[in-house]
Design a protein around this ligand. Structure first.
Ligand code: ADP
Ligand code: MG
Length: 692
């Protein structure tokens, strides 16, 4: 095979000294094909063999190394058939440590009386002496022996660690200098990171454990910096290159809007409003994320923003993720705008073609100020005369790519994105690093936190009894069935069956309704209207009610098979019964379940703080799950962990902002490699024309 290509990083590992076809095949099982892959196959952890202890300084537990002369070699068979080998070493004072191996003949062949050897392992005190099980064993007179820091790599069957290390050493010698240095020198110096090739040596052959870890940190930071620079570039191009209308809030407008609320805004809401007012008054498009715990009042804030736009003679749209939620928002708006002349339209999939046609024409002609609809409907080619503000209620389906699509309306409006899943700050920074955020934490006054209890079947009758009593007093409730295996059919069966059983039995004296995803939008709307109008006492439902359904009189909830729901989802669901002045009650039914599910259920019963839960959720399920499949559109990180490495993420973010402020298009020579890295990684997902 010829040595093709000039970049040594892209060469096959087979070109390395000592790597033949057989080892190359083993490496391929670890997805290591090129020399570059090998360099970036990082150790999972390190074994520190440099902690050498005299025998009287040994401590139980942590990995330590002792040295001594072999004074005893013993092998015997245990009653259960296992072979046990014990080698005792002694120091000049006569203190001894025993190494024990089960079913291992390796050591027997190597060891001889009188040799100086080292054991590295975790000591424990056994009867009257220290003992190590399966210690790492080295003959000290060997040339090879080294008391060093040994990286522990992910391996595959048949691949010996020492062979992998030898291959990595060959790769480093050959190609470490060819790895491009993404970090501009000033940043690298400021953060005290080694140059890239040196960092690679440190990761694989560290002199000390901290040196190895610092080498790895450099690559985590590097990865974060690339992400944060991409976000900073995008943010700048949105801010600097786009022109949005100045939407000014005069005192008269402010007073007028506030008069529409039947309540006073909370301090958190006021703070969010103040930020939005400031953003809207600028000719740079607002890019703001409004996050709030369930029911904390973000829709009320969004209404303020919408009305500022309308007062400035611009059109505004409110986009919801589902038809049910669009309806809900529409009704909310109708309440606020009961006595107002704002010209408004609800754009739903159930509009007759003619009506739809007329509405679209009115929007285009500027005869409608305020449009509510689903994202699908509005993205689907609606033309606006004079669009000033887009409010996107993503509930917990957020994502940067979605926002990118909305932009193609051909205007540069202000953006406000609402999310009902509180996002841990660290994640907000990284994924929404190009958004400003406003957070509403307090609930409106008088609002009660929901009481949440986890029960098994033995309590079911008692809970049903409680429902009957409360419903007799006029309260309403939900029973939520899970989505089974993501199959809509099963989902439907579960809810339908339960509905039939309860309606004919336990709740035969009450008016019971059924709501699930297979109903048409009209049917869903009808059921919701009946429930809202109190023509129904109890609603058997699936997760369709998870998003934003808002019926203050409904304060009771049962969640069936609660162990099948994620934490954020459970929190969203119970948020449905925190709307009224009476404290909500949420009963989780789940039988025997996994340890992970138990942790989730305990967490949800323990805390009602959506932010704490979101953080817990991300930790329990991993970030990929938390965001849904590739929903955030930024792909996975290779080295960094957004939760664990948040300090590095913070550092990278502030460095990125500084860097892009000084060199917006990354044209300075010392930014060339970084620019390349940013484009290679995010050029497809983010609009990075400014540096392309
Ligand atoms: P979110 O959109 O965050 O779920 P909403 O804006 O829909 O919250 O508000 C939830 C409920 O609380 C609504 O019924 C709303 O009328 C009410 N609400 C909102 N803000 C306040 C407030 N400051 N004081 C009293 N009630 C409020
Ligand atoms: Mg709402």
């Amino acid at each position: 095979m010829a040595d093709i290509g000039t970049n040594p990083l892209e060469q096959s590992v087979q070109f390395l000294k000592g790597v033949g076809p057989a080892r190359a095949e083993l490496l391929a099982k670890l997805d290591i094909r090129t020399v570059g892959d090998l360099l970036f196959h990082f150790p999972r952890s390190y074994d520190d063999l440099t902690d050498v202890r005299p025998m009287d300084k040994i401590e139980a537990g942590a990995l330590q190394t002792v040295q001594g002369e072999v004074v005893e070699i013993d092998g015997k068979e245990l009653p259960d058939g296992r072979r046990i080998t014990s080698v005792v070493i002694s120091d000049p004072q006569g203190k001894c440590v025993a190494g024990i191996w089960f079913n291992s003949l390796l050591v027997v062949g190597k060891v001889r009386y009188g040799q100086q050897v080292a054991f590295s392992g975790k000591p424990k005190w056994y009867r009257d002496h220290w003992q190590m099980n399966h210690p790492r064993f080295q003959v000290l007179d060997d040339d090879e022996a080294k008391l060093e820091v040994v990286p522990v790599y992910p391996l595959t069957e048949g691949l010996r660690p020492e062979h992998l290390r030898a291959s990595i050493r060959a790769a480093l010698t050959k190609a470490a200098d060819a790895v491009s240095e993404n970090l501009p020198a000033p940043v690298r110096i400021k953060r005290e990171y080694p140059a890239v090739s040196q960092a690679l040596w440190h990761v694989h052959f560290p002199e000390t454990v901290p040196q190895g870890l610092q080498g790895r940190r450099r690559f985590i930071y590097d990865e974060f910096l690339v992400l944060q620079v991409a976000l900073a570039v995008r943010r700048r191009s949105v801010r600097d290159l786009q022109q949005a209308p100045r939407l000014v809030t005069t005192p008269a407008i402010d007073a007028h809007i506030r008069k529409l609320y039947p309540f006073r805004l909370t301090a958190d809401q006021d703070r969010a409003v103040a930020s939005i007012v400031k953003d809207l008054a600028s000719d740079r498009p607002m890019q703001r994320l409004l996050q709030a715990d369930v029911g904390a009042g973000k829709t009320a804030v969004a209404v303020y923003a919408l009305l500022v736009a309308v007062a400035n003679k611009h059109q505004a749209i409110l986009m919801a993720p589902t038809e049910v939620l669009a309806q809900q928002h529409w009704q909310t708006l109708e309440q606020y705008l009961a006595n107002s002349r704002v010209r408004r339209a609800l754009l739903t999939g159930s509009l007759a073609p003619k009506e739809r046609e007329r509405t679209l024409n009115e929007i285009k002609a500027g005869e409608i100020d305020l449009v509510v609809g689903t994202q699908a409907l509005i993205q689907d080619g609606v033309e606006f005369a004079n669009l000033g503000l887009v409010v996107i209620d993503e509930q917990h389906k957020f994502g940067v790519t979605q926002r990118a699509r909305v932009k193609k309306l051909g205007v540069d409006p202000h953006y406000l994105v609402m999310t009902a899943t509180p996002i841990p700050r660290t994640i907000a920074l990284s994924v929404f690093g190009d958004l400003d955020t406003s957070t509403i934490k307090q609930l409106p006054p008088g609002r009660q936190r929901v009481l949440t209890r986890w029960h098994d079947e033995s309590q079911r009758e008692r809970i049903y009894q409680r429902f009957r009593e409360e419903m007799k007093k006029g309260r309403q409730g939900y029973i939520v069935c899970p989505l089974v295996d993501e199959s809509e059919t099963l989902d439907l069966t579960a809810a339908t069956e339960l509905y039939e059983i309860l309606r004919a039995g336990t709740f035969k004296d009450f008016r019971v309704g059924l709501l699930h995803g297979r109903l048409s939008d009209d049917q869903k709307q009808q059921v919701m209207n009946d429930f809202r109008a109190r023509n129904l006492d109890l609603l058997i439902t699936t997760v369709v009610i998870e998003v934003g359904v808002d019926v203050p009189n409904a304060t009771l909830m049962i969640i069936e098979h609660a162990d099948r729901f994620g934490l954020s989802q459970l929190h969203q669901l119970r948020g449905r019964v925190t709307r009224g002045a009476v404290a909500g009650e949420c009963y989780l039914f789940a039988g025997l379940t996994t340890e992970e599910a138990r942790l989730r259920l305990r967490a949800i019963c323990r805390t009602s703080d959506g932010f704490a839960l979101a953080e817990e959720d991300a930790r329990l399920r991993g970030l990929g799950e938390f965001f849904g499949t590739r929903q955030h559109g930024l792909g996975d990180l290779r080295f960094g962990d957004l939760l664990q490495d948040f300090e590095l993420l913070d550092m990278a973010r502030s460095d990125a902002i500084e860097l892009v402020a000084a060199d917006a298009s990354l044209r300075q020579p010392e930014h060339a490699a970084l620019r390349q890295a940013v484009l290679a990684r995010y050029g497809h997902t983010l609009d990075l024309a400014a540096i392309g």
